[in-house]
Design a binder for this molecule. Structure first.
Ligand SMILES: [Zn+2]
Length: 226
């Protein structure tokens, strides 16, 4: 084996190791690194021998696409936030190739954001994308099956896929006809108002300031949202 081939092999092995620890499914690790199924299974055994706990669902054969990931307004918001972070970290090159390191950093930021939001509304966890889902979206972005569009109404950039299973365009300003009174957005909006009030002190900022300011606990904020 030449030195060059050896270095290349090591690089692929290190990438596969990093991906396994991040929780990628086997199929994606194989696609990204070119390792065989047998080699990846050996890598898992090595990691487990070293004491790492690996995700149980990693051997799933199927990867997802915009068809199963972009189903409604909320999942489109998740995809838009996650992929905006990815584009921010990875730069314009993410349109032509998948950057595993950029995806890793973007995914960590996304998870940190969800952690904070789950304190307000635990239901947010029902939509959470996995790192493999993130890779599938990045893959569609690279192959131009998915793209960012700018909304004419709110000027926000949102992620959209030709495979998506929803007719919603911009998920940030779309208002569903039978929207639930207790949607995540209403809760978040009210928390935002409350934060503004706190920052502004006694100066009136919003019409319902007193109502919001009176709410001292999270439950009371939720009650105001009703
Ligand atoms: Zn919009």
């Amino acid at each position: 084996m030449s030195r060059n081939t050896g270095a290349n092999w090591l690089k692929r092995w290190v990438t596969a190791r990093q991906m396994a620890l991040m929780g990628y499914v086997t199929r994606i690790i194989i696609l990204e690194t070119g390792l065989t199924d047998k080699q990846v299974r050996r890598l898992y055994r090595d990691l487990e021998d070293e004491g790492f706990k690996l995700d149980k669902n990693r051997t799933t054969r199927t990867t997802r696409s915009g068809a199963t990931l972009l189903l409604n307004q909320l999942s489109k918001i998740h995809a838009s936030l996650l992929m905006q972070l990815y584009r921010q970290v990875g730069g314009e090159s993410v349109a032509t190739s998948i950057s595993i390191s950029a995806l890793d950093r973007a995914y960590r930021m996304y998870q940190a954001l969800l952690c904070e939001m789950a304190v307000i509304d635990p239901a947010i966890r029902n939509v959470t994308f996995t790192i493999s889902d993130a890779w599938c979206l990045a893959s569609e972005l690279r192959s131009e099956e998915a793209m960012f569009e700018t909304c004419d109404s709110c000027q926000c950039d949102f992620f959209t896929s030709i495979h998506q299973s929803t007719g919603i365009g911009c998920p940030f300003c779309y208002e569903a006809p039978n929207r639930s009174k207790h949607s995540t957005f209403e809760v978040l909006n009210n928390v935002e108002k409350r934060t503004l009030v706190t920052v502004a002190g006694t100066k009136p900022l919003l019409p319902d300031e007193n109502k919001i300011a009176a709410a001292s606990s999270k439950d009371e904020v939720l009650a105001v949202a009703k």
